[in-house]
Design a protein around this ligand. Sequence first.
Ligand code: FAD
Ligand code: SF4
Length: 464
Amino acid sequence: MVDIGGTRVTMREQPVRERIKNFHSVPFGYDEKEVVAEAQRCIMCMHAPCEIYCPVRLKIKAMIRKIAERKFKEAFLIAKEDNPIPAITGRVCPQEDQCEGVCPLAETENGVNIGKLEAFIADWAMKKGITEEFYIEERTEKVAVIGSGPAGISCAVDLRKFGYQVTMFEALHEAGGVLQYGIPAFRLPKDIVDYELSYLKKIGVDIQLNNIIGQNIRFSELRENFDAIFIGTGAGAPLFIGIEGEELNGVYSANEFLIRVNLMKAYDFPEHDTPIVCGDEVGVIGAGNVAMDAARCALRLNAKKVYILYRRTKRESPARDEEVQHALEEGIIFKELISPTRMLGNEKGWVTGIELAKMRLGELDKSGRPRPIKIEDSEFTMKLDTVVEALGSRPNRLFLDQSPELERNKWGVLVVDENLNTNIRGVFAGGDAISGGATVILALGEGRKAAKSIHKYLSKGDGK
Ligand code: FAD
Ligand code: SF4
């Protein structure tokens, strides 16, 4: 039998026993020899389905060909054409559901490890100080970008390439959105996020930190002072189950928990000012990427036992395969087919445990996953010192309440047309603010699409 494509080159990783004590990257990344060998697995198939399934239509085949020829600089420049942050997407994209999942090699072995190839060339370019060179023909029109997550980043980069004067407003004291405050450093090292953001400054994006639109600056002021606006404010308001005891001390939303750990560096207390109380036994409710991140952070904060409490089974988990795999290797315990009914606390107001009901799986629901159904009178309790709720999120009300003129649906998600125009002329939106929560690459794609619509609007007066 012919071994087409061969076996995937193994990614070297920090050993489990070491990595659960630190926040350093789990994968070491390929070296030059490994990356070339992995690229040479690509059979250069004619229709390159990997590209069709990439939300930003990265020219993956051409990029891989250059890597296989050891032309790393050329490979990097190809990636940069369609993706302003390849070092980030290479690490966090759900490749198994996109490019790698449809690679013909995935039928018999693993698809080409496209994510790790992309991360390699971006890291290589960073070490060599190589960036994309382009000429900007300056224009006088001013565009405001609200939010510095992936949607805002890609929109700002493309707007600068068109020549517009771009000011980015960010509520927090560091730029990057979820890349900075949500995804932990062991998955996405922060020096990489900082480097990718430094590129924005280099091409002339004016980044205004600590500026909450709707609080320090009114939305109406932006409308008066800018020729167009892009809203990339994400979906940072956490959802709660709404059960008794959620107000107890020691119960966190995943957003608060991860912001304290990642942005405020609670793991380095007292070197950094923000403390976090993380007990010996931690329960994380939910099983998506956010839940895996919270669980693996809790482990690194010295919790003795960390449970994922999930109403379906790990097979239905929406998290990336790699994250579930890493969580299991690190000793995170999956408690499947259970759903919380009540948090238990002591007289001092601290959480001491949780009451859960057993579930069974029923018919498929709208998400295509089996619906969890409660088994009557099946409640039982579990002792826990800390509970983290990772149930999803919605757009923040603060901005929405201050801009009632913007059309939104009942969940606070902004309504846009196919060109990402909101109901207001010259105001566009993308990313989690219009999806309610999706992925980095989808947010990037929408940022780019909005930049094109803004360019069309400003150059031809198109739009609403
Ligand atoms: P965000 O990244 O949320 O950025 C929005 C920015 O706007 C924030 O910086 C916010 O502070 C700012 N902002 C909000 N309101 C205002 C205001 N009024 N004024 C000024 N600034 C404002 N996706 C993946 O593809 N892979 C993963 O592995 C993955 N893991 C994740 C892990 C976690 C913990 C979380 C929370 C999400 C994860 N996601 C993942 C989802 C992904 O990160 C998001 O879909 C993506 O970041 C959305 O980008 P965005 O630019 O729309 O919003
Ligand atoms: Fe190469 Fe797989 Fe893409 Fe085909 S689908 S071009 S084999 S990476």
